[in-house]
Write a protein that binds this ligand. Structure first.
Ligand code: KDG
Ligand code: MG
Length: 402
């Protein structure tokens, strides 16, 4: 089955998405997500200028060989642009293979390991009470797990808090907006938030929190300790992880479970964290880590070390990524949880899909492939709109991690 056409579709039904569509001489097509928030056109150009010319005429069934060809064959390995582009090709080819077999994708991975994929939603508010009311809303919607973020007194804005509650979108401006940050104020506020949430909701709902790369290891250790009474499902991205060994400090000081990995692209970026059992959940997902083919390798290594999966699922990952991730999640033996920020109705209309939410779980459908498609004529009505993630400064103006 030969690849006869591949094209990149950029569309912005409220936010930008990049999608690769591959067509074969047997008339089958598959799609893959290639969205990299704030750097979308770099991946589109990488696909158009460098990968697509190498794909035409290849056997669409040779997923592994094509993956190796694009990864090793480039000489320049890894990085978010390269790996998102490879992921798009890989996801589209898995979609095609499953369609050719007449099976939902999870059957090709090894079949179901569970009946549904537990997901967590995003509750946020300007203060503790508003966040608590939002957690309540998610529990009412049936969620078993909720991530909670809240405003910090004295800071005008902070990561994870938005006016648009269900559809939070971080890429919020034509050029990067600037936020101000104070770790001291944050470390005072977060334990109060979770104390309130546990006193209002008890210990039944799973609660999660994302520190979004803003702390040092010893600050993260202190936060982890102060959150221990509230038994979080995980504390995410407390410290940037370029220096994987640095996570040992956090690990030695707290039993709060640790998650990291949404910005990783390869297994090499989490190898030490996994092999030395410094984390509990790896957040890498299909689109930014080389597709199903490479994500599966990360999960297999993680399984040897008691690390479970917790795929990134923010709204900047398209429904195509979510659909593929759900097939991965329903199969992967060491599944932990799946993030699920709802897409807007406009986005869902551009990407018709067969997955559905039921009582805190997402359920992949039984359609052959990964179950997500793109309505190209609708997509064409939403042209690309430049949008950036914010940048972050300390109170004295020093640029810091966002
Ligand atoms: O584009 C950046 C977002 O995907 C990221 O800020 C979301 O941290 C995030 C999360 O946990 O969903
Ligand atoms: Mg995160």
């Amino acid at each position: 089955m030969k690849i006869v056409d591949a094209k990149v579709i950029v569309t912005a039904p409220g936010r930008n998405f990049v999608t690769l569509k591959i067509t074969t001489d047997e008339g089958l097509h598959g799609i893959g997500d290639a969205t990299l928030n704030g750097r979308e056109l770099a991946v589109a150009a990488y696909l158009n200028d460098h990968l697509i010319p190498c794909l035409i005429g290849r056997d669409a069934h040779q997923i592994e060989d094509i993956w190796q060809y694009l990864y090793k064959g480039a000489y320049w390995r890894g990085g978010p642009v390269t790996m998102s582009a490879i992921a798009a090709v890989d996801t589209a080819l898995w979609d095609i293979k499953a369609k050719a077999a007449g099976l939902p994708l999870y059957q090709l991975l090894g079949g179901r390991s569970r009946s549904g994929v537990m997901v967590y939603g995003h509750a946020n508010g300007r203060d503790i009470e508003e966040t608590a009311d939002e957690v309540d809303r998610f529990i009412e919607l049936g969620y078993k797990a909720v991530r909670a973020q809240c405003g910090i007194p004295g800071l005008a804005s902070t990561y994870g808090v938005s006016s648009d509650k269900l559809f939070y979108e971080p890429a919020d401006a034509d050029l990067p907006s600037e936020n101000l940050w104070s770790t001291e104020r944050y470390l005072d506020q977060v334990p109060k938030l979770f104390e309130r949430l546990r006193s209002r909701f008890g210990f039944e709902p799973h609660l999660l929190h994302d520190a979004h790369h803003r702390l040092t290891p010893i600050e993260a250790a202190r936060l982890g300790q102060s959150l221990e009474p509230y038994r979080l499902f995980w504390l995410e991205d407390s410290v940037p992880a370029e220096n994987q060994e640095a996570w040992r400090t956090i690990r030695q000081h707290t039993v709060t479970p640790l998650a990291v990995g949404e910005i990783f692209n390869t297994v090499w970026q989490c190898r030490t964290l996994i092999e030395q059992e410094l984390i509990d959940y790896v957040r890498t997902t299909v689109v930014h880590a080389g597709g199903i083919t490479h994500l599966r390798r990360i999960a297999t290594l993680a399984d040897l070390h008691h690390v479970r999966t917790g795929c990134h699922g923010a709204t900047d990952l398209s429904p195509v990524c979510m659909g593929a991730a759900l097939h991965f999640d329903i199969w992967v033996p060491n599944f932990g949880i799946q993030e699920y920020m709802r897409h807007t109705p406009e986005t869902d209309a551009v990407f018709p899909h067969d997955y559905r939410f039921d009582s805190g779980y997402l359920l992949p459908g039984e359609t052959p492939g990964h179950g997500v498609d793109i309505d190209e004529s609708l997509a064409a009505k939403y042209p690309y709109q430049r949008a950036y993630l914010p940048v972050n400064r300390l109170l004295d103006g020093t640029l810091t991690s966002w």
